[in-house]
Design a protein around this ligand. Sequence first.
Ligand SMILES: [Zn+2]
Ligand SMILES: [Zn+2]
Length: 155
Amino acid sequence: MSEGIAGGCACGDVQYEMQVPPMFVHCCHCRECQTHSGSAFVINALIETDRIRLLGGELQEISVPTNSGGPHDIYHCTRCQTALWSDYGHRPGMRFLRVGTLDEPSLLPPDVHIFTRSKLPWVTLPENVPAFRVYYDMEKLWPAGSLARRRKIEK
Ligand SMILES: [Zn+2]
Ligand SMILES: [Zn+2]
């Protein structure tokens, strides 16, 4: 195994490696993420699709409805159905990888908290991480290197 950040599904069939650190990490407190996870939020690492190396297992994409009306496909292990990453908006070059599926989720703490308007009241956010009631301005928050990576992605 190389230097990447490793992860996988609950049954172990799907194994992957992020070959580079993500561009940015969202902690999303929206109602859809709460419903999909059955929990308080989803942590998504934004990364180029071609920097995720699939080492084993098979994925199945499932389209879920969204409040915005935009497309959202979630990729699951075909065997245990663990959700591994999302394609928001049919952007083939970019994935929102679920940090909870990493072998060491603590490696990627959130860079921003979003949709805090539906944050569960007993979740206390750290004061040193930006938080927004809805969304935020990427140009203002992302490091220059991540913005450059993002611009290289086709769509
Ligand atoms: Zn599995
Ligand atoms: Zn969300």
